[in-house]
Ligand binder design. Sequence first.
Ligand SMILES: Cc1ncc(C[n+]2csc(CCOP(=O)(O)OP(=O)(O)O)c2C)c(N)n1
Ligand SMILES: [Mg+2]
Length: 578
Amino acid sequence: MTQKVADVMWEMLAKAGVKRCYGIVGDALNPVIDALRRNGKIEFIHVRHEEYGVFAAVADAYLSGNPVVVCGTAGPGVTHLFNGLMDARKEGAAVIAIAGDVETKLMDSAALEELNPYKFFDTACLYVGRVVNPEQIRAVVTTAILTAVVDKGPTVISMPGDIASANAPDHSLHEVTIPAPSLFRPADADIDKLAEMIEAAKKVAIFGGDGCRDARDEVLRLAARLKAPVGYSFRGKQWLEHDNPNAVGMTGLLGYGGAYNAIHDADLMLLLGTDFPFPEFLPGDDVKKVQIDKNPKHIGRRTAVDLALVGDIKATVTALLPKVREKTDSRFLEKHVAETNSFHELLQHYVVKGPRIKPIRPEFLAATLSELASEDAMFFADTGTACIWLARHVKGGTNRRIFGSFSWASMANAAPNAFGAQLAFPGRQTIALCGDGGFTMLALGDLLTQVQRKTPVVQIILNNESLDFVNIEMQEAGVVPFGVDFKNPNFAKVAEAMGARGIRIEEPGDVREGLAAALAHKDGPVVVDAVVDSYALSLPSHIPFHAAKGFTLSLAKQVLNGKMDSVIKTIERNVGLV
Ligand SMILES: Cc1ncc(C[n+]2csc(CCOP(=O)(O)OP(=O)(O)O)c2C)c(N)n1
Ligand SMILES: [Mg+2]
């Protein structure tokens, strides 16, 4: 049989390493899906909502390193992809969207389900190819694959049904070879400048992000040589925190440890592979700053820098190391590590007292989860308070992974992320810490997908009957919390009715046993309905002035003054929680 355009497309995608396509079928896509079925090398993951499929694909692609395909049919099915593609863009995941398109004879006539893919995807995607002639297929598919993989972000192939089912040109099927990551580092002259700045500084602090992913050893070696405390963004935590004697935690709204003070107290701050988006938590001009990133757009946009170096962290730090001398004075490092240790002790308060506090404290729940999970578990947090508990109470490790919508900050990412990760790494523990708002927004319907596939995903719902993170935000801003409360069903019963395992935990004494049972369940999805305390004060490590001004709660005000211990005492005394 003559190959159709869609046959060529799937064959090229399969040869480039695509193993899964998440999505929903429909009219314009029918010839595309028929070709996928004929091809047989790429598994079709039929989800109930296209957005769920994209969040799954984002985690799948980010964690596996392989490109992953999603699909939606013309118009409405395509628009459902959008939020997930924005997430892929921000989190740096190689996701290729096959967007169904109206037949070419109908284009630009406001036909049913017609959508202009160039206009629509412009904000989210790094490349949009609209195939209106079979001769385009090799060029468009090659560009979509290579751009997604090399530039790490979403691309789109917009495919009208009539073109998908047209005969492919004989010459069109080509293999796309995926290059290994190129070595990319600044010029020697710039590395020399950096070495001079380091030599001139007495106190150097490092702040790292996801760009340190492949450079953990080099960054730790540099930190050890410079006696530099190492702080990190949420995306940098999993690469830089564990087994690192120089680790000082995170700054920002989720912050903990000595990171904030370390970077403010330094003479020189090295920003390594981070686009940390909160300038108010970064020091001003009295601290010199050097930023290194392979993406020049990340440099200098959050804070002014004294030296900008474009290159990947591993290659740059490797070239730098022979040029820097060991620093001998370790007082700066010791001071901020000590501060970090005492902060960790404070964070233990609700963990230690947790077994006796009802409603359940999320700190206790998260810390117990971290303790019980396997050494190669993968954790995903919904945007919301789950991020706070994940950042502060879930311990990383060489083989553990921590992921979420950290840069795009969409709700409802965790369950689909964990689902995609489970498909990429079958049998490995994939744990989603979900908000009840997030779970009911997107994850509930596709629990059926997990049930049908018997996918062993552990979903733990922080059942606080509130959009709690926004509740906290509103109080910070000095406005009366409004529109944040809602009522929930018993999620364990709902899960059981849908065919999943359901576990409800109301008593603090049942937390350990309930979580252990959930983690041991391998025969399909499990939903843990954990009834937790709402407005469990998030206790930021440091709050900038403009947020501080509006704080209305006296407890929160004390936190701003760094008196977390007295906050805990106040809660003990006034609220009688413990
Ligand atoms: C799609 C989307 N809608 C709204 C928001 C704003 N937002 C951020 S966190 C949050 C609350 C999340 O509530 P829930 O999932 O219940 O988690 P909780 O904070 O209560 O643990 C909201 C509404 C968002 N980030 N994304
Ligand atoms: Mg909630």
